[in-house]
Design a protein around this ligand. Structure first.
Ligand SMILES: Cc1cc2nc3c(=O)[nH]c(=O)nc-3n(C[C@H](O)[C@H](O)[C@H](O)COP(=O)(O)O)c2cc1C
Length: 175
């Protein structure tokens, strides 16, 4: 798919639609060495932090992708048309720790423009981020205690802020 560069400040998307309902892929690692992993994400945010375009993702420490988010300085977030629903469902239910899930998904990783983490030839939107901050959700800080029901195993998400440094997408994502 041919994607056009989009100024990160002009990125236009419906975050609830794309994250919660259609879901995206989070990928971190190094395309050149093949040392990377990816998983489906449904929670996160886009916005502004320290006057820079921000993508926030949340990763449970139990995910294999967590190891890559810790080891590498950048990540990509990619969106796909509904044709790839099955692939995203697979990448969000199998772990790269014990399956070759990327091969099974049929997605083809390719070099990103400004970060070492890969993007995908089938993506319709590719957001390249440099990690700038992390923190862990703390049980004592949940003001709405009912949210703790999301953590029966107490594997509280680690939050990562990424500065969006490059975006490519189809026209609908250019504001
Ligand atoms: C629609 C959907 C959304 C998801 N969102 C997240 C998320 O935001 N954060 C997270 O830690 N796991 C999320 N997951 C779970 C991971 O994608 C899943 O555990 C995956 O198998 C982890 O793969 P890995 O072990 O190779 O990293 C989601 C799964 C699905 C199906």
């Amino acid at each position: 798919m041919t994607l056009n560069p989009i100024n990160p400040r002009n990125l236009s998307l419906l975050p609830h639609d794309i994250l919660e309902f259609r879901s995206m892929l989070l990928t971190s690692g190094d395309f050149q060495t093949g040392d990377f992993n990816m998983m489906t994400i449904g929670w996160g945010a886009f916005g502004t932090m320290w006057n820079k375009p921000l993508a926030m993702v949340v990763v449970r420490p139990t995910r294999y992708t967590f190891d890559f988010m810790e080891k590498f300085p950048d990540f990509t977030i990619t969106a796909f048309s509904s044709d790839y629903r099955k692939a995203l469902s697979l990448l969000g239910t199998k772990s790269g720790r014990d399956t070759k899930k990327l091969e099974l998904s049929g997605l083809s990783p390719t070099a990103a423009k400004k970060v070492a983490s890969p993007t995908y030839t089938q993506a319709e939107l590719s957001i390249e981020c440099r990690k700038t901050y992390f923190d862990d959700l703390k049980p004592a800080h949940f003001l709405d205690k009912s949210i703790l029901n999301n953590y029966p195993d107490r594997d509280f998400h680690r939050i990562y802020f990424g500065e969006i440094i490059h975006v490519e997408g189809i026209d609908k994502y250019a504001g």
